[in-house]
Ligand binder design. Structure first.
Ligand code: FAD
Length: 431
């Protein structure tokens, strides 16, 4: 008789490990299956990890987790070809307990996090691919792996296998993601001495900076670039919706080179050496792309369920909370030994009642609207740069004249009504 677990979790990213940790801590027999050589080996993230949702799983994790720097400053750069408009928020309070968020390197963090689940009693097997769910009479009862005699059984299978969830797709929970539902992102980890990072970003050893970069960093396509400070390396990356890349005929690695060579960005990475090159998809379809979340004996979490807030660059935290909510659902189901879709539906309700459902709903039209109206990234960011340039260039032109020239430059192409419509549309999708 093959071994049977209470729970099998597929994928040891933030979603899967949160679920495995919480289930094991509460006495369930858990199997965590990861295809990578170790958890994190294949995982990609810009690197901002939020404290709150992680702390709900392991209180005061920062005292032992392998973190890079607590972020004390969030910068936004709006780029044109040779200029940028910037804004930022810096808070020294974020550099002290309990912190706001941290930069992390996923290869280190995921490995550590999974080891904590193992400490709680979860069985972790690496280098094992789950090929399909075993379905009996419409109910998921286990998984088939690529190991010899690789079938394993459980009361519930949790799919935490990330954005390309072939398993959820093969159960018919969703179709192939459309190009506008995913962003294609490439990034590099670049080595740079701590001292140089501190000087360039105006921080000390225990302070980090995150920079989100819009406009020319994606050649006007819907997307962003980012630059984050680790202890002695920088994470630099860029991504746009896959449809944006296709439309603009951009190649992701060429776009990253463009970003690295940009005159506003290059000075920050000067002398840094590429240590790692990574590419990955981010599910950015939002609220309307969330697939079916539960079935008989099965729950879908994290990226596999499109739980990403692209506007706020939140994915890992949603993954963690969804993993925890899946675990809590399974513990409830265990009380009555009923793992039917009806009982597991508690998870779906919990997701929609949490910040995840509420935030996804708030921004439900954002990707779609910004994709359909490229003027926000293509026109308004260069115009904003030119307006600042005009206003601050001292050339003897009276300021009132400059002001009216700036207003004309904004309304010239689309007219006042067009600009008012654009502003109203943008306000509606983020309100
Ligand atoms: C470039 C980039 C930048 C990002 N920046 C941020 C950021 O700064 N902050 C943030 O919060 N989020 C960010 N995100 C999003 C974040 O990375 C994801 O939302 C998060 O990792 C999702 O966690 P997950 O556990 O659902 O999936 P993943 O982290 O993708 O984990 C899935 C796991 O499943 C394993 N797996 C897959 N299929 C199988 C299988 N068949 N069998 C066994 N194992 C399998 C994989 O190896 C992997 O370990 C970024 C994403 C990218 C790509």
């Amino acid at each position: 008789m093959p071994e049977k677990f209470d729970v099998i979790v597929v994928g040891a990213g933030p979603a899967g490990t949160s679920c495995a940790y919480t289930c094991a801590k509460n006495g369930l027999k858990v199997l965590l299956i990861e295809r990578g050589e170790f958890p994190g080996a294949k995982n990609v993230m810009g690197g901002i990890l939020y404290r709150k949702q992680m702390e709900e799983i392991i209180p005061e994790f920062w005292k032992e987790a392998p973190l890079e720097r607590p972020v004390v400053e969030q910068r936004f750069w709006f780029l044109d070809k040779e200029s940028m408009v910037t804004t930022s928020y810096k808070a020294l309070e974020w550099g002290k307990e309990p912190f706001n968020n941290f930069t992390v390197l996923r290869a280190k963090f995921d490995k550590w996090f999974a080891s904590k689940a193992v400490e709680q009693g979860a069985v972790l097997i690496n280098e094992t691919v789950v090929l399909e769910c075993i379905v009996d009479d419409g109910k998921v009862v286990g998984v088939r792996t690529d190991r010899p005699d690789g079938d394993v059984y459980a009361d519930v299978v949790v799919l935490a296998d990330g954005v390309n969830s072939l398993l959820a797709k093969s159960l018919g929970f969703h179709k192939e993601w459309k190009p506008e539902e995913v962003a294609l992102t490439v990034m590099e980890v670049m080595k740079l001495p701590k001292k140089v990072i501190n000087e360039r970003f105006n921080v000390n050893d225990d302070q980090g900076v995150s920079v989100e970069i819009f406009g020319d960093s994606t050649k006007g396509a819907l997307g962003t670039a980012f630059l984050y400070t680790n202890k002695d390396s920088l994470n630099i990356g860029v991504g746009t919706t896959l449809s944006g890349m296709i439309k603009k005929k951009m190649k992701p690695y060429e776009l990253l080179e463009y970003v690295k060579e940009h005159p506003m960005i290059k000075p920050y990475i000067e002398g840094a050496e590429t240590e790692e090159y990574l590419a990955h998809l981010i599910p950015e379809g939002g609220y309307n792309s969330v697939p079916k979340l539960v079935g008989d004996g099965v729950i879908v979490t994290g990226d596999a369920a499109q739980l990403v807030n692209a506007i706020h660059r939140e994915g890992s935290n949603m993954a963690m909370t969804s993993g925890r909510l899946a675990a809590e659902t399974i513990m409830r189901a265990k009380e009555t030994e009923d793992y039917s879709e009806r009982t597991l539906d508690y998870y779906r309700t919990a997701i929609y009642d949490s910040f995840i459902g509420k935030d996804l709903k708030k921004y439900k039209d954002a990707t779609h609207v910004f994709e359909e109206h490229p003027q926000y990234f293509e026109q308004y960011i260069p115009l904003m740069n030119r307006a600042m340039g005009t206003f601050f260039t001292v050339d003897g032109t009276p300021k009132r004249e400059k002001q009216s020239k700036i207003i004309k430059s904004f309304t010239g192409k689309n007219g006042r009504l067009g600009v008012a419509k654009d502003l109203y549309r943008a306000w509606r999708v983020v309100k």
